[in-house]
Design a protein around this ligand. Sequence first.
Ligand code: ADP
Ligand code: ASP
Ligand code: MG
Length: 439
Amino acid sequence: MIILKFGGTSVGSVERIREVANLSNNTQRKVVVLSAMSGTTNSLIEIAEYLYKKNHDSANEAINKLELNYYEVTNKLFSTTEYKKKGIDLIQSHFSHIKSFTQDMFTLFEEKAILAQGELISTALLHYYFNEQKIESVLIPALNFMRTDKDGEPDLFYIKENINREIDLHPNNTIFITQGFICRNAFGEIDNLRRGGSDYTASLVGVACEAEEIQIWTDIDGMHNNDPRFVENTTPLSNLSFDEAAELAYFGAKILHPASIQPCKVANVPVRLKNTLEPKALGTLISSKVNGSGIKSIAAKDRITAIKIKSGRMLLAHGFMRKVFEIFETYKTSIDMITTSEVAVSVTIDDTKYLNDIVDELKKYGTVEIDKDLSIICVVGDFIAESKGYAFRVMESLQNISIRMISYGGSRHNVTLLVNTSDKKEALNSLHQNLFNRV
Ligand code: ADP
Ligand code: ASP
Ligand code: MG
């Protein structure tokens, strides 16, 4: 079994959907995980925002616009009258479901149900397209097996039991299609795995099915050595270890959902990043193998908040750190970076939902300062922390940038720095120039 995950741009037009069908149509047994067509989730979020604000006119306008787009897609995708009609009926039923929410009180539950429509539509369209082409495929609804537990973490036991049960019902089929991103929560309500979550679905499905490989098909030829949205002339990496890829994904390389590599590492399922626009390009293979040492890639993560707790009285006392960490644990807020001095400790978080509560509690132990609009820059590779030269080269590259925090030596895979978001682009470019382009 292999897993093929196609992201938004890879199903973003009729031509691309046909190409997905093409790439999936061979004898190898596979689960095809699809995202919504590109732009759809953003439009659905916009619709939900209008509904929260009870701005029904704007919501209806946005719904109608999206619905019309989908009629164009179905009309172009299918060639027979039978399937054009099936396609139209499908779109009508999903959009009448979306429209039904404009009548009632709007809550998080309705929002999640609306957001799920994008993936439900793209998978149904591909399934119909296969049917029209007389290619057998089975649609297995993610809402029947993808589930999170009471802590919001994937319930791997449940996922494994249920997806395999669905697949085992069709021993002679080779193509299974399912929705990325969407799931049910511990109460059985529709939920999702957060933005970009289809990668995470692909990993969880891959692990649950004990797949030989998980392929993430996207709009770029693999993991590049820097963020191509901010740096020119980045180049793809042919190999990465799970640790290196997990670090890059967690610290902002958008090509992978932040949590998507960890399950694959634990189960040792290789992940291959491939380009739908250039299927022959090698891409990046992520596996347990470490290939070559040194600095491999740079990523950045925005919307970081730093919290500094100063306490001359407490810091040296036993148990101070435990008390600080317990506060973050109580509010289920994870810490990304941490640095300490004799009188202060600084940590960073990206989820500020409980910031005020956390600060109130921290104030019991000292004075608290908050810095916002920061970015973490993460330099990733395989370098033993003590190796000479790496830290120097990183710091030398950033000599014109003010650095708020540095984390080095936590693992052999990264040097992590905290800068103002306004300096991020310059920092990424200057690191790129110094670390990869130096003659
Ligand atoms: P999909 O819709 O297929 O999930 P995404 O937009 O989520 O695609 O991810 C692919 C994008 O990730 C690329 O187009 C690129 O702009 C961005 N990206 C950010 N950092 C990197 C990186 N280091 N290597 C490759 N792509 C990256
Ligand atoms: N459609 C979802 C999003 O746009 C999930 C994904 O594309 O991975 O975030
Ligand atoms: Mg993505």
